[in-house]
Design a protein around this ligand. Structure first.
Ligand code: SF4
Length: 449
């Protein structure tokens, strides 16, 4: 069993403390913003990085998580992380099990159902275990990009800085769907989808629906984009929590009573509330402010009932502090400390300098066999995977007959938008000097759960 050495006393105030004049030292305590919050289920959004790992163990070591309150740790798998991230997430899950708090890995998936008399695919999620998926382990996690590609095939376009559907669909909304089930205090998540022995989707009728809703994608491109999603499982089986977390046990929280209908918790007026812990640091102020604004109260764009806490940011913990914490441990994330390989390996928001460094590292690494995983070729650890994905699911404005308003040389809306002609194909081939002209157009990574 992994052990955690010195954990900062980041959260020793496990009771509501009324607002008072803050001394610098007082900033080192977690203070609930409302007395009620200490009674709500606490959800730890674990990203797979060092910062959220440090936050997790700070909460566990300071006994701030309580399985009987419904507290839970959630890791959203995009299937596009580096194998080192999966190993670290697995180690964190194993180490946290001795504190008795359930830890689940969840993945986006779609399933077939009828709406308005027509068959369609709807978004959902599944629980997976912490070993790579294989024939012998069909409930293992995906890591060859399957989850990411299913989302893009289902949506028909790729995310970009203005439309971050990957974060929204694979992380934020998956966690929210999971909590709808989890906070209902049942033993399983239910089966979803029809009982037919084969897919009931019909591409022709899907295309007619696309045209009825003013879509202009040519039929051949439309079919090509949707093919992958239609090849994916069309049901979500019933799954038992205990099969995915060895420390799961039933819980009952009075704060949830009267807020669950059927077997699902309700959100919104009179619905469930919970405390969400996010591992953003003090040196990530842009992300901190975005999350704070998202959850700033009635009318904010965030999720109703979610009360976000960011203890590392509140304490001014920086990347150096996080690295110093992990230096004291006998185990760690096996990826560079500046974070260039964290999150989806080639995330389009990593910025020019980081993407170049990822490419230089991974183009060598992808040729080796990864223990427990296998070859990394044509997986998200290989820029060729991102190139194929961008070329398959990018929006071809010319083919759709849409006006070209950005860079005239850029007629496809890929991951980097139309203002720049940068693409994963260019990234694969770019000389070092080429990156200078892209650095202003490419943003640093700020994937925010
Ligand atoms: S890390 Fe990047 S590519 Fe992955 S979900 Fe977040 S924004 Fe999207």
């Amino acid at each position: 069993m992994r052990r955690v050495q010195t954990v900062p006393k980041v959260a020793v105030a496990n009771r509501y403390q009324p607002p008072q004049q803050e001394s610098p030292a007082a900033a080192y305590c977690l203070r609930y913003r409302s007395k009620r919050h200490s009674e709500l289920p606490h959800i730890v959004k674990f990203s797979g990085g060092r910062s959220s790992g440090m936050l997790l163990f700070a909460l566990l070591e300071n006994r701030l998580l309580d399985p009987d309150r419904g507290d839970v740790i959630v890791f959203n798998n995009t299937a596009a992380e580096h194998p080192g991230t999966y190993r670290f997430a697995r180690d964190c899950k194993a180490a946290s099990s001795r504190y008795g708090v359930p830890f689940f890995w969840v993945e986006f998936q779609t399933y077939e159902d009828s709406r308005g008399g027509e068959w369609t695919r709807l978004p959902s999620y599944r629980l997976v275990n912490d070993q790579p998926r294989s024939e012998a382990n069909p409930e293992g996690f995906h890591w060859r990009g399957e989850v990411f590609e299913e989302l893009l095939s289902w949506s028909g376009y790729v995310p970009n800085q203005f439309s971050r559907i990957c974060t929204k669909r694979m992380k934020l909304e998956v966690t929210r769907m999971f909590l709808k089930d989890w906070l209902a205090c049942t033993e399983t998540i239910p089966r979803l989808g029809h009982y037919g022995s084969e897919s009931r989707m019909n591409l022709k009728s899907m295309y007619r629906r696309h045209r009825r809703s003013q879509g202009a994608v040519p039929e051949e491109i439309f079919f090509r984009k949707r093919a992958y999603a239609l090849s994916r499982p069309y049901i979500r089986p019933e799954q038992l929590y205990r099969d995915f977390s060895s420390v799961w046990r039933p819980f009952q929280n009075p704060a949830l009573e009267g807020r669950v209908f059927g077997n699902q918790a309700s959100f919104g007026t009179g619905g469930v509330e919970y405390v969400a812990f996010v591992g953003l640091r003090g040196d990530e102020q842009v992300r901190v402010h975005r999350v704070a604004a998202r959850n700033a109260g009635p009318g904010a764009s965030g999720y109703s009932g979610e009360h976000v806490y960011m203890p590392l940011a509140d304490m001014g913990i920086t990347r150096n502090d996080v690295n110093a914490f992990w230096d004291q441990q006998s185990w760690d994330l096996s990826l560079p400390k500046q974070g260039s390989l964290s999150n989806c390996v080639y995330c389009f928001l990593k910025g020019a300098a980081n993407l170049r460094s990822v490419r230089d590292t991974m183009e060598k690494e992808k040729h080796s066999e990864e223990p427990d995983f296998g070859s990394l070729l044509d997986t998200p650890s290989d820029v060729a995977w991102w190139t194929r994905i961008e070329q398959t699911y990018g929006r071809d404005l010319k083919a759709e007959g849409r006006p070209i308003t950005g860079n005239p040389a850029s007629t496809v809306i890929g991951f980097f938008g139309t203002k720049t002609d940068f693409s994963y194909e260019r990234l694969a081939q770019a000389a070092d000097s080429d990156f200078d002209c892209y650095s202003a157009a490419l943003l640093p990574c700020d994937c925010t759960e």
